[in-house]
Structure formats: structure tokens, C-alpha cells
Write a protein that binds this ligand. Structure first.
Ligand SMILES: Nc1nc2c(c(=O)[nH]1)N[C@H]1C(S)=C(S)[C@@H](COP(=O)(O)O)O[C@H]1N2
Ligand SMILES: [Mo]
Length: 162
């Protein structure tokens, strides 16, 4: 059994900690074996958010999903309906766990997403280093940059770090 990489909390029937094996065990219909086919800049294996929902069983009250990245204390809260049909979780590299350099342990990803802070679900919501998903009735914690200045500052910090 592989170690837990993603904690599921809140308004779901089956909360708990999921391992890489749990995620790769989700129905093949929800798996994307090679992300580079979808987006040449991306690599590794992903599972459709709909497949995760099947696994954890959101309750009817669950309206918001908060994507938590404790690695850099980055958090985004988005309406469940807005990501149900198009969100992906990149959870593995071709040869094992998804490295931090690729946004591991889990990278939330919406292909062809809107530019940062143009909409509720935007490129900033493509959260890297996700380790916890929280399902709630109300909007959860969100510290995405609020304006262009904050956003530029965030990108500057990332360039300095990387
Ligand atoms: N954990 C975390 N996720 C994050 C960010 C961040 O600072 N921390 N920045 C966001 C922003 S502003 C952008 S534009 C994209 C960049 O993703 P990329 O480096 O894969 O292109 O990640 C998003 N996800
Ligand atoms: Mo961004």
C-alpha cells in the first residue's frame, strides 16, 4: 500500500486520506494516462475530478471545494459545479510520485482556463502542491492574489524561488 498523499475532508460520505494507489484505482474511464497529450507543457497521469467525486461521494450540501496547498500556504475555493465536469487532478509522474517541481503531490488542473483573476475559476485556481481537499456548504478559505499587483508579486516570488 502506498502512503497517503491527499486528505479529503468535509461534506463527503467517504472522508479520509488517499494514496497514489487509491487514485490510480479510480475507474479507467476517468483516467488520463498521459497529460502531455492534452497539454504539451504537462506530464504524468491525471484523473478527472468527476472520478474523485465518485470515490469520495460528495453530499448534496457540498457546494464548494477548497484546494489546499500547505507547502506554500496557497488556497483556492471554487464552486463544485464549476469544476465537476472539467477539473483534473495530476497525481503521478510516468514513473512514480509527482515531484514538487511538477506541482506534486497533486496538482489541480483545468485545461484552457481563464487568465488569473478574470473569473472565479481562473489560472490561479490551478493549485500546485495540493495535499487537502475540503468540501463545504459555504465558500472556504481563499488567498489567491486579489489584484494585478499581488499577482505580479506572486509570480516574482516564484521566479526567485525557482
Ligand atoms: N500552490 C500554488 N499553486 C499555484 C500558485 C502558487 O503560487 N502556489 N500560483 C498560481 C498561478 S498565479 C499560476 S499562473 C499557475 C502557474 O502554473 P504553472 O507554473 O504550472 O504554469 O499556478 C497557480 N497555482
Ligand atoms: Mo498566475
Amino acid at each position: 500500500m502506498s502512503e497517503p498523499i491527499l486528505t479529503i475532508e468535509g461534506e463527503v460520505d467517504r472522508p479520509g486520506a488517499l494514496s497514489l494507489d487509491d487514485l490510480s484505482g479510480i475507474d479507467a474511464a476517468h483516467q488520463v494516462p498521459d497529460m502531455s497529450r492534452l497539454d504539451p507543457k504537462r506530464q504524468g497521469r491525471a484523473v478527472a475530478f468527476a472520478g474523485l467525486l465518485q470515490l469520495v461521494g460528495p453530499r448534496p450540501d457540498a457546494r464548494w471545494v477548497t484546494l489546499h496547498a500547505s507547502a506554500d500556504d496557497f488556497h483556492a475555493s471554487v464552486p463544485l459545479e464549476s469544476i465537476r465536469g472539467r477539473g483534473l487532478l495530476i497525481y503521478a509522474a510516468d514513473d512514480g510520485p509527482l515531484p514538487l517541481s511538477a506541482g506534486g503531490p497533486v496538482r489541480f488542473f483545468i485545461p484552457d482556463v481563464a487568465a488569473c483573476h478574470s473569473q472565479e475559476v481562473d489560472e490561479c485556481a490551478n493549485v500546485k502542491f495540493v495535499d487537502r481537499l475540503e468540501f463545504t456548504r459555504e465558500r472556504g478559505f481563499d488567498n489567491r492574489p486579489a489584484d494585478d499587483a499581488e499577482h505580479e508579486e506572486l509570480h516574482r516570488r516564484q521566479e526567485d524561488a525557482g
